[in-house]
Design a protein around this ligand. Sequence first.
Ligand SMILES: Nc1nc2c(ncn2[C@@H]2O[C@H](COP(=O)(O)OP(=O)(O)OP(=O)(O)O)[C@@H](O)[C@H]2O)c(=O)[nH]1
Length: 300
Amino acid sequence: MKSGIVAIIGRPNVGKSTLLNHLAGEKVAIVSPVPQTTRHQIRAVFNDVRGQIVFCDTPGLHTSRHALDRAMISLVNDTVEGADVLLHLVDVTRHVGDEETKAIQRLCAARAPVVLGLNKVDIPVHYIPEYLAAWENAIGRSLNEATDRLMPVPVSALKGTNVDKLVDEIFARLPEGGPLYPADVLTDFPRQLAIQDVIREKLLLVLKEELPFSLAVHVEEIADRSRRLTYVKAAVLVERETQKAIVIGKGGAVLKKAGESARKELQQIYGRKFFLDLWVKCENKWKEDKDLLKKMGYLA
Ligand SMILES: Nc1nc2c(ncn2[C@@H]2O[C@H](COP(=O)(O)OP(=O)(O)OP(=O)(O)O)[C@@H](O)[C@H]2O)c(=O)[nH]1
């Protein structure tokens, strides 16, 4: 089995979402844009008999004039350095440009091998030779001799052409190893974590930061009941019986308010309706329960 982190690097509009959506289905969980607490911004987890690919996002590679840009660059650097394979996705219907040249230089300096996804080849006018030349120039040797560093794959994420080849080339470059995310909760694990984060955040907002360290949310069940409705059962864990009353609120007011605003946000993120079944549970040792911590994504 193989497994690893694949950092996707690409300008806006190159087709990242289209590519990941094409991989979607039973094998992959597409992740919401909710800010994640983990080091990597996981976008999708792909599984098949060969192993597991964890696709991570990188924010755009901007110029470093502003502090925010610098912070973004450092995030990109972290993701790039932590990745096993770099997926440089480009839109071949656009010329290479300054931003892309910078990205190539940055990626060239990284240690991980690069798979170059030359996307949108279904459009007849394209600049594939420009991209190959830019990479060849950066590497300083011919691409035929540099397949250990760079593997170009022409694809159409929209039509699905050659996407399987892209995945093959990624697997070929991943290290041996078991899945990074547990097999039983695999496909829905990232979505579970995202939903947990939203519910927890809304509860803390209503509670005005009361109990932040005693409270956790464990999503126990997610079921897509129809094309439009997702059912979520989640336990709100507290450490003491007395805290239960605080979280529930007078006549259930706190839970209701937090649940409503979580429902609205989830609806916005996923574009579907949510039914949240929230209940409060006293688990006085939840912080020491390794199985539970794993299930909630706090422990690997
Ligand atoms: N013709 C063609 N169009 C594509 C292809 N891949 C993506 N597109 C189109 O390009 C546009 C941008 O695609 P997205 O998948 O949203 O791009 P993205 O990289 O996720 O964009 P950001 O979310 O802004 O980073 C959409 O209109 C897609 O339909 C492709 O292979 N061929």
